[in-house]
Design a protein around this ligand. Sequence first.
Ligand SMILES: NC(=O)c1ccc[n+]([C@@H]2O[C@H](COP(=O)([O-])OP(=O)(O)OC[C@H]3O[C@@H](n4cnc5c(N)ncnc54)[C@H](OP(=O)(O)O)[C@@H]3O)[C@@H](O)[C@H]2O)c1
Length: 256
Amino acid sequence: MVMLKNKIVFITGASAGIGEACAYAFANEGANLILTARRLDRLQAIKEEIEDRYSVKVLVAKLDVSNRSEVISVINNLDEQWMNIDILVNNAGLGRGINKLHEDNPEGWDEMIDTNVKGLLIVTKEVVKTMVRRKRGHVINIGSIAGHQAYPGGSVYCATKHAVRAITESLRMEMLEHNVKVSTIDPGMVETEFSEVRFYGDKEKAKNVYNGLKPLSGEDVAETVIFCATRPKHVNINEIIVMPSAQASAMIAYRE
Ligand SMILES: NC(=O)c1ccc[n+]([C@@H]2O[C@H](COP(=O)([O-])OP(=O)(O)OC[C@H]3O[C@@H](n4cnc5c(N)ncnc54)[C@H](OP(=O)(O)O)[C@@H]3O)[C@@H](O)[C@H]2O)c1
């Protein structure tokens, strides 16, 4: 089993939901954290709480993954003590609307593609360069069941998560000779701020998504990320699909 104590873990979208839960889960294993997102105030509060509870170091940085020059500058200007990133958790992402394509607003498409695909690509490029130099590392992407199955109203979100899956597979092949592991964790419904963001702040609509069933929590997903990150050197978890027990596929859930 790989021990995470003193490893450096870089997490995107660490200010809420799955990313925040991953931050606590890695801290619990003794890893030092680079937490990034757009909302720096939230990251600062998480850093204070983690440093209070665990004896690990936390660095926070404002980072919009869709801003290519910001990503390049933040990652390439890390201090010497932070630059040797062992694990990258590519978690930042969002959905916008569940509308039929012909009725949808293309602005949401740009946001999803720029964040979930292009953002993940540029962060990965900049971090993986350093892993290749050191001949060690692990990239863990947060994909989705939407990367395996499409559904009506999800053409763009599902396309972005299918893209994450393709990127994961290509990167794994490219990284073989460099001793860098590549994995993806693909959840079904997780109760986070995801639905609120998807419905542009409509809390009522967001809550209805989880009506009559128990969704996953960010912590449930973080547990699978830790499982993946702690396998022995010769073992790689290519992909885990983790679903609420009440959800059988992207579209089929049992609600009481
Ligand atoms: N919730 C689900 O049902 C579900 C299911 C499958 C997969 N996922 C995936 O899980 C990941 C995390 O989502 P979540 O459920 O935890 O949602 P969430 O609670 O809304 O958290 C999303 C995180 O991503 C960050 N983010 C969004 N846009 C960003 C950008 N341009 N640059 C940097 N950070 C950005 C947000 O931080 P800031 O706003 O502070 O930047 C936030 O920390 C996403 O990739 C999502 O697609 C979610």
